[in-house]
Design a protein around this ligand. Structure first.
Ligand code: NAD
Length: 247
C-alpha cells in the first residue's frame, strides 16, 4: 500500500518540526513536501494528498483557497482565527474533508469525553472545578483547553457555560454559586499543559487529569487526523469524530 503524502506547512516552526518527526515515525505516511514563508504552496500541494497546518491564522485564507483549488484535504491545527477566517474554513469543508481542532492531543480529547460523561452521571450534587497549569510565558487565562473542558461539562449539564461559570475568585466572594463551573489558573516554569477536572460532591471527590509532556503529542494527533480525514467525504470534522467520541 502506498504511503499517504503529507504537506507540512510552517515546517520551520515548533509544531511544523514536531509534525515532520511524527510523520517520519508513522508507517503509513511520509512527508510529501514541507513549506514555510516564501515557498510555493501550489507546487507543494501538487506533490501531496493532505495538508497539516500549524502556522499563523494570517496564512489561513491563502492556504484554504489553495487547498480548495487543488482539491486537497487539510488538518487545521493553527489557532486564533478571526470569525471571517473561521467561516472560510467551514465553507471549504463543503468541498473537502477538513479536520479542525484547537487541541489535537488524543488524551485531552478523551478527557473532554470523560468530563461530559462524568458530569452526566454525577449530576448536580457535584461541584465542578477546572484547574490548569502552564509555563510562565503563557499570556492568556484560562487556557483554551480549560474552557473547552468547561464546555464539555456544560454540555453534560445542558447549561450555557457563559452564564454558569466562575472565572476568577478574590476577596470576600461569598459561598459558591450552585451549578457554576469554576476555573483556577496556575502559571510557572516550563509546564507544557496540565489540566484537571475536579468533581466535588457530598463526602467524595472524583478527579480527572491530563498532563502534556511534549508538543509531539499534538503532532501525533494531527497525523492520525490526516490519515483518518484523507479520502473521507467533505465535512468539518473534529478530533471527537476522528476518535469516535461522539456518543
Ligand atoms: P511557531 O511560531 O513556532 O511556527 C509557526 C511557523 O509558521 C513559522 O515557521 C512561520 O514562519 C510559519 N508561517 C507563518 N506564516 C506562514 C506562511 N504564510 N506560509 C508558510 N509558513 C508560515 O508556532 P508554533 O508553536 O509551531 O504554533 C503554530 C500554531 O499552532 C499556533 O497557532 C499555535 O497556537 C497552534 N497550536 C495548535 C495546537 C493544537 O493542538 N491545535 C497545538 C500547538 C500549537
Amino acid at each position: 500500500m502506498s504511503k499517504t503524502k503529507i504537506l507540512v506547512t510552517g515546517c520551520k516552526g515548533r509544531m511544523g518540526q514536531a509534525v515532520i518527526r511524527a510523520v517520519e515515525a508513522t508507517m503509513d505516511a511520509e512527508v510529501g513536501a514541507a513549506v514555510d514563508v516564501g515557498d510555493s504552496l501550489a507546487d507543494a500541494l501538487a506533490k501531496c494528498d493532505v495538508v497539516i497546518d500549524f502556522t499563523s491564522h494570517h496564512f489561513s485564507d491563502e492556504l484554504v483557497a489553495a487547498c480548495v483549488k487543488a482539491g486537497k484535504a487539510f488538518v487545521m491545527g493553527t489557532t486564533g482565527h478571526t470569525n471571517e477566517e473561521r467561516a472560510r474554513i467551514h465553507e471549504a469543508a463543503h468541498a473537502l474533508p477538513v479536520v479542525h481542532a484547537g487541541n489535537f492531543s488524543v488524551g485531552v480529547n478523551t478527557l473532554f469525553w470523560l468530563t461530559r460523561k462524568a458530569t452526566e452521571i454525577l449530576g448536580s450534587d457535584f461541584d465542578l472545578e477546572v484547574v490548569e497549569m502552564h509555563h510562565r510565558m503563557k499570556v492568556d487565562a484560562p487556557s483554551g483547553t480549560a474552557l473547552l473542558l468547561g464546555e464539555a461539562a456544560a454540555k453534560g449539564r445542558d447549561i450555557d457555560l457563559a452564564t454558569h461559570s466562575q472565572r476568577v475568585r478574590d476577596g470576600h466572594t461569598g459561598a459558591r454559586t450552585p451549578g457554576d463551573i469554576g476555573f483556577a489558573t496556575l502559571r510557572g516554569g516550563t509546564v507544557i499543559g496540565d489540566h484537571s477536572v475536579i468533581f466535588a460532591g457530598p463526602g467524595e471527590r472524583l478527579e480527572l487529569a491530563h498532563k502534556a509532556e511534549d508538543r509531539g503529542l499534538f503532532a501525533r494527533g494531527a497525523v492520525r487526523a490526516a490519515l483518518w480525514g484523507n479520502g473521507r467525504k467533505p465535512g468539518h470534522y473534529s478530533m471527537a469524530d476522528v476518535l469516535g467520541l461522539n456518543d
